[in-house]
Design a protein around this ligand. Structure first.
Ligand code: KG4
Ligand code: ZN
Length: 409
């Protein structure tokens, strides 16, 4: 049985270098995130080589700050947890190599965490933190489970820059088991936000810009639509090329729970070209780079984008969220999920939270999101997901390496 229950989590799967210390998967002692946005912004997306270099620069000070802010030393810890995939290979390797060295030098067990499971545990960490605040029984994972707070399966929508995945998550023997229910067949929803933002000359990452501007546009101005996905047509009889596609073949999933966001991105591109919005978008790039913060008022929004562009942005966001909602609620209903968890960077979106919450209320379903800080990549979710593994003594092998296409199921 662990002593202190303190786990140091390390996360370097994409463009945030993060370290956090979480006690018993239920109390965040410190959480530090060093963002690389400024490095990647001028390219309009993450440049993998630059991401690895920035992680190398940041990892030591970020871990040190997490320990200092927690008033702890490495000797106080019970384990080191690190994201082993999915993500960028070079970026993951920086975190894994450093975590291995720390664990070895300090005689601590190393726990490998799937990044997607981390996103799901961001919501569960919030649950346990609020349960602690109201004095509900124990921060211990097992006790928490026995409190009956969440005994039935939950449907988790992980919606980020790299993923749009639906899982059925079941508590099982003090830990969780996951079944993949649906996923995107091409772009992730966050990727669509990022690509549409880039196309319109907005900042990186695109989600927060579109979120901020959409509220000043008409969401029904451009009627975007999503076609029903036909899995056989999509696969075209070709063998799966990636490990993810082999281990979670799309053909085995219910097509009603599959997403596709590359079509709407192309539709926005066509709309921009057809309505002569290209030059205006190009002119915006330098203004956005100089300003570096999404508009906060209608006046600021209109100074950056004319009304037809705001209408296009609002329509795009409305359509993407409508599609996420339709499939998530259909899956929750058909699988009898007691609760919906929405997590990942796109879960920070204001329209998404408002509409998902409204729909859940209408259907009498419970719904939860992480706090805004825990929605995007962080290491507290990695340390929290590692707690049941520490209890189960499920440690990483000494030859742990990065698995860029690691699946969760
Ligand atoms: O979870 P995350 O930090 O990293 C990945 O695991 O991908 O998610 C980043 C993604 C980006 O695509 C970003 O544009 C999107 O989350 N995002 C948002 C918002 N904040 C971040 N998308 C929509 N609305 C937001 N407010
Ligand atoms: Zn993520």
């Amino acid at each position: 049985m662990p002593g202190s229950g303190l786990i140091l989590g390390i996360e370097t799967s994409c463009d945030e270098t993060a370290a956090a210390i979480v006690e018993r998967g239920a109390r965040t002692i410190s959480s530090v995130v060093a963002s690389q946005i400024a490095t990647h912004a001028r390219y309009g997306g993450v440049v993998p080589e630059l991401a690895s270099r920035e992680h190398l620069r940041a990892i030591v000070p970020v871990v040190r700050t997490a320990l200092t802010e927690a008033h702890l030393t490495l000797a106080d810890l019970d384990a080191v947890a690190v994201t082993s995939g999915p993500g960028l290979a070079g970026a993951l390797l920086v975190g894994i190599t450093y975590a291995k060295a720390l664990a070895f030098a300090n005689h601590l067990p190393l726990i490998a965490v799937n990044h997607l499971e981390g996103h799901i545990h961001a919501v569960l960490l919030n649950d346990r933190e609020s349960a602690n605040e109201v004095g509900a029984p124990g921060p211990d994972f097992g006790t928490w489970d026995r409190t009956n707070l969440n005994p039935k399966p939950a449907l988790a929508l992980v919606v980020s820059g790299g993923h749009t995945h639906l899982y059925l998550a079941r508590p099982m023997h003090g830990t969780w088991s996951y079944t993949l229910i649906g996923r995107t067949v091409d772009d992730a929803a966050g990727e669509a936000f990022d690509k549409v933002a880039k196309l319109l000359g907005l900042g990186y990452p695109g989600g927060p810009w579109i979120d901020a501007l959409a509220k000043y546009g008409d969401p029904n101005a451009v009627p975007f639509s999503f076609a029903q996905i036909k899995t056989k047509a999509h696969l075209g009889g070709k063998p799966a090329r990636t490990k993810a596609a082999r281990t979670a073949p799309i053909a085995r999933l219910d097509p009603h729970f599959l997403f596709s966001f590359s079509g709407i991105k192309t539709a926005v591109l066509r709309y921009v070209e057809l309505h002569g919005m290209r030059a205006e978008a190009k002119a915006r790039v330098s203004r956005v780079l100089a300003n570096f913060r999404p508009p906060q008022t209608r006046q600021e929004a209109l100074a950056l984008c004319p009304q037809p562009t705001l209408d296009l942005i609002a329509s795009f966001q409305h359509a993407v969220i409508g599609d996420l909602m339709k499939k998530t609620f259909a899956a929750a209903e058909s699988l009898g999920a007691a609760r919906i968890l929405v997590t990942g960077g796109v879960a920070a979106n204001r329209e998404l939270r408002a509409r998902f919450t409204g729909e859940a209320d209408r259907r009498g379903l419970r719904i939860a999101y992480p706090t805004l800080a825990l929605s995007t990549d962080n290491a507290a979710m990695i340390a929290a997901a590692a707690w049941p593994r520490l209890l189960a003594r499920d440690f990483a092998p000494p030859d742990l390496t990065a698995d860029p296409s690691l699946t969760l199921s």
